[in-house]
Design a protein around this ligand. Structure first.
Ligand code: SAM
Ligand code: SF4
Length: 326
């Protein structure tokens, strides 16, 4: 098993495969998008598979594919087919906005991918357009129902923004009453590509939970895995669960088991760091697997204690979540 310098096991990789996206969520990127990475900046599929093999040999067991919107990268299914075959990788999941996902659901299922995180911040079409700057709610809902009909483990993520979608908390949460899904509410983080400032979120995990408890006074805490970033809850009769993710408050760092790799192949050992190792540059300079392994292990031995320490030491601030992967 792989451990960091704070004795936390590392078992989970979040791999962002592109910064491009078919939405423009205001909490993630400016209206005009980002200065997109060029193709040569991106890790190739071969480079990503090589990295995943090395990490699996070290102890990484779970990979979540994210982005940007992963399904806008060409030949994604071909890559996923190879990824699920890597020895040691026990679970592959996908995080998607659901816009172009429905068509891929049968293939995802046949690859054995069972866990999909779907971003959905409102059930109101107008507000969806206001938040994402695209009129795609019907496509996302089609994806959601296809996933549920095909027995995927579905987790919906909603970023809660004051005066924007706080009135959507209860309608979204009511979906967990009737469907077997996890509806999770996330504190807004300062990763919007510099479009506008974000300070302390007006909707922190306590306020979100209080709002849920007002509607469901009998809400009880579920037993979560120690490394869970969401605190999960259930009310009597509920099919699914409600979750709150203290992403800004950073209360889960003590058990964090995850590392991240950005679309340009930068290793992040904390969501809030600025990137600690260019895997792409090492690979392209000819590093062999033993050399790469050594560099990765060194980075894992210097992990910041928590997101506050990582943020303090980060050279760059105001990145877009599309270059981090969530
Ligand atoms: N495009 C895919 C999607 O939206 O699900 C995958 C990438 S997206 C960057 C991953 C997650 O990051 C989404 O659940 C999104 O809601 C979340 N996210 C993006 N910007 C955020 C922010 N500023 N604060 C909190 N969560 C954010
Ligand atoms: Fe795209 Fe996901 Fe960012 Fe929204 S949150 S702009 S869907 S990458």
């Amino acid at each position: 098993m792989l451990f960091d310098n704070h004795n936390r096991p590392l078992t989970y990789l979040r791999l962002a495969v592109t910064d491009r996206c078919n939405l423009r969520c205001s909490y993630c990127m400016p209206e005009h998008g980002l200065n997109w990475l060029s193709r040569s900046d991106l890790l190739t599929y071969e480079e990503m598979l090589r990295l995943c093999r090395i990490l699996a040999a070290l102890g990484i067991e779970k990979v979540r594919i994210t982005g940007g919107e992963p399904l806008v990268r060409r030949d994604m299914m071909h890559f996923l087919d190879k990824l699920v075959g890597i020895s040691g990788i026990k679970e592959v999941g996908l995080t998607t906005n659901g816009v172009a996902t429905a068509q891929f659901v049968p293939q995802l299922k046949s690859l054995g991918i069972r866990s999909v995180n779907l971003s959905l911040d409102t059930l109101d079409r107008e507000r969806f357009f206001q938040i994402t700057r695209r009129d795609e709610l019907p496509a996302v809902m089609e994806t959601l129902h296809m996933l549920l009909d095909n027995d995927f483990r579905v987790r919906i993520n909603a970023v809660v923004m004051d005066g924007v979608n706080d009135s959507d908390i209860i309608p979204l949460a009511e979906m967990a009453e009737i469907y077997p899904l996890d509806m999770r509410f996330i504190e807004e983080m300062p990763f919007n590509g510099g479009d506008h400032g974000t300070g302390i979120p007006a909707w922190n995990h306590v306020r979100i939970l209080d709002t849920l408890r007002e509607r469901w006074p009998a809400l009880t805490r579920c037993t979560d895995a120690p490394e869970s970033t969401s605190a999960n809850y259930q009310a009597p009769g509920m099919q699914g669960r409600l979750g709150v993710i203290a992403a800004w408050t950073r209360s889960f760092c003590g058990t964090c088991n995850r590392i991240r790799v950005t679309p340009q192949g930068m290793l992040k050992t904390c969501l809030y760091d600025g990137g600690v190792l260019s895997i792409r540059d090492l690979m392209r300079a000819g590093a062999d697997d033993a050399g790469l392994t050594e560099q990765l292990l060194q980075a894992f031995r210097q992990r910041p204690r928590d997101g506050w320490e990582a943020e303090k030491n980060a050279a760059e601030h105001g990145a877009s979540m599309a270059t981090i992967g969530g």
